[in-house]
Design a protein around this ligand. Structure first.
Ligand SMILES: CC(C)(COP(=O)(O)OP(=O)(O)OC[C@H]1O[C@@H](n2cnc3c(N)ncnc32)[C@H](O)[C@@H]1OP(=O)(O)O)[C@@H](O)C(=O)NCCC(=O)NCCS
Length: 172
């Protein structure tokens, strides 16, 4: 069973011990970095969610999604929005990868975000992220959830976004 839970004193040490594979280190920050990012987001007043990913009662990963404003240099398709959600950290421990945990956790995290948007903002916002061009596992997972490549950063990351389904005015 996969669950998203809060990070607390009960699980913080296990979460800090979550590690990527050696070959993945160039693609992803350490768990501690993601937790620090979440803290910075809280300090700056950005809404966001940091969750521990549990598989059968064991904390095996973490995911951070935050809402942030869109900068001038970002792809035009994002600049149509004042804010977007961003996946700022997503890691499954090296001993628990390739078991379908990441896919199920990402599905839950996206559903949680899109539910909140409906209630609070009344219109869907894109979910954006950056992913290294060679991080094939992650890229195929994001593609499965409808993330499309909308640009490339200077440091070799694809910019991916899951865009809301456009509603067309049929009177035109
Ligand atoms: C990217 C990442 C989070 C994916 O997590 P994961 O739990 O390994 O992902 P899943 O197991 O759900 O799916 C990955 C692959 O495992 C395989 N898989 C899925 N379910 C499986 C199962 N039950 N049994 C065997 N293999 C399975 C699939 O081949 C899947 O590949 P596909 O998406 O091409 O079909 C993980 O690889 C990771 O932590 N990587 C390092 C950090 C990182 O790169 N984060 C993203 C930064 S943008």
């Amino acid at each position: 069973m996969i669950e998203l839970r809060n990070i607390s004193f009960e699980n913080i040490n296990q979460i800090l011990n979550i590690k990527s594979k050696f070959s993945q280190r160039k693609f992803v920050e350490k768990a501690s970095h993601t937790i620090a990012m979440a803290y910075a987001g809280i300090s700056e007043g950005y809404p966001g969610f940091l969750s521990a990913i549990y598989s059968n009662e064991v904390p095996v990963g973490l995911i951070l999604i935050g809402r942030a404003s869109v900068a001038e240099h970002e792809p035009e398709i994002l600049r149509k929005y004042e804010y977007v959600y961003r996946i700022l950290g997503f890691l499954i421990d090296k001993n628990y990868q390739n078991q379908g945990i990441g896919r199920r956790a990402l599905k839950m995290a996206i559903e949680n975000i899109e539910k909140i948007k409906e209630q609070k903002y009344q219109k869907p916002l894109p979910i954006a992220l950056e992913c290294h061009v060679k991080n094939k596992n992650a890229l195929s997972l994001y593609e499965f959830f409808g993330f499309n490549n909308i640009g490339t950063t200077d440091d070799n990351n694809y910019i991916l976004a899951r865009l809301p389904i456009e509603t067309y005015d049929i009177s035109h």
